[in-house]
Design a binder for this molecule. Sequence first.
Ligand SMILES: CC(C)(COP(=O)(O)OP(=O)(O)OC[C@H]1O[C@@H](n2cnc3c(N)ncnc32)[C@H](O)[C@@H]1OP(=O)(O)O)[C@@H](O)C(=O)NCCC(=O)NCCS
Length: 378
Amino acid sequence: MSQNYSPGLEGVTAGISAVSEVDAERNALCYRGLDIHDLVEHCTFDETAFLLLHGRLPSPGEYGDFLQRIAGQRNPPPEVWEVFARMPASTHPMDALRTAVSLLGTFDQSGSSPQALLAQAERLYAQVPSLVVNGYRILQGQPIVEPDTQLTHSSLFFQLLRNARPAPHEEKALRTTQILYAEHGFNASTFAARVTVSTLSDLYSGVVSALGTLKGPLHGGANEAAIAMLLEIGSADNAVPWLEKALAEKRKIMGFGHREYKQGDERARIAKKSALEIAQRNGFEKWSEIAEKVETEMWKRKGLYPNLDFPVALLYYALDIPIPLYTPIFVMSRITGWCAHIIEQLGSNRLIRPQCQYNGPRNVSFVPMEERKAPHAE
Ligand SMILES: CC(C)(COP(=O)(O)OP(=O)(O)OC[C@H]1O[C@@H](n2cnc3c(N)ncnc32)[C@H](O)[C@@H]1OP(=O)(O)O)[C@@H](O)C(=O)NCCC(=O)NCCS
């Protein structure tokens, strides 16, 4: 094996970025130099989106202009709804979303100048809540809801879902998770997006790669898998026996562990506070009790902490959000980080093309077709 080989690229520095800084030793995360605690405490999600896409927080004038630009682009082209309507009703919203973003790319011929890329990123950011929720509505056989252009990103999600504005505490809880989900260095989906555009492919192709990568349960799909696990456990009394069996079977416990954070994920700590508040307020204490037991037991048995997806799963369940929308909500947020990285990659591009170590057979003799046998043929 090559001395440089690191399975899963663990510990490998694969690029340079000014979008966010993950400091696993201090359990700290900053977007463009700003700590996530400050962003969660003081910012709307739209301000955070501006920060990631434009590199700094907006002035009041810039923020007003940004909101106006976003409000004017909330509706995707109507052809997208026709495509959703032709998908099987069982389509997972992440697959539907990946297809929709690919389709949007065919409507956009604006090219890849820095200005065009930023405009494309803002347009996708504006349209993704409607793609997520109205796309899901169509798959469910429900009519689409017109986006209320006065609303922030976080409120808009609820308005589209319920056809009514959310209560302030609901908006705040969702906004907190959206800020925490927005960006996270060279995570798998962001890296996939950067690899894609490093060939000088377009922004939409980068986002499609990222969507396909986020979907898996070892990445963004973990929030859906984590709630499925809590539902399967079903009662606080069953948490320890369930976990014992699952670990004996060498199952991965969804929402636990992290490649970078070995001493706990600060994002999870922040989200847990919101999750417990909402669970208590909405009568979901049974589920927070199960989650607490799982968390304690995972620490005792494996020394593993929850990652962000674990408290988020509880929180979204307590907010009565349909489970297939958990990972798409992640997209409504991470679209900002993805686009910031795509723009950064294209701003000083070099093709990303690592090596692999060959471990297959060598010196195999050629056998003509008529003399070849299938491996198990007598
Ligand atoms: C996130 C994750 C993919 C990181 O993986 P990684 O850095 O490659 O770490 P590994 O999978 O090699 O795990 C290292 C060890 O911890 C164990 N481990 C890690 N996460 C675990 C989990 N969630 N449940 C049970 N064991 C876990 C592994 O089995 C392995 O043990 P071993 O050395 O005895 O074989 C992994 O922790 C995981 O699968 N978590 C569950 C999915 C999840 O929540 N994803 C969202 C991430 S934000």
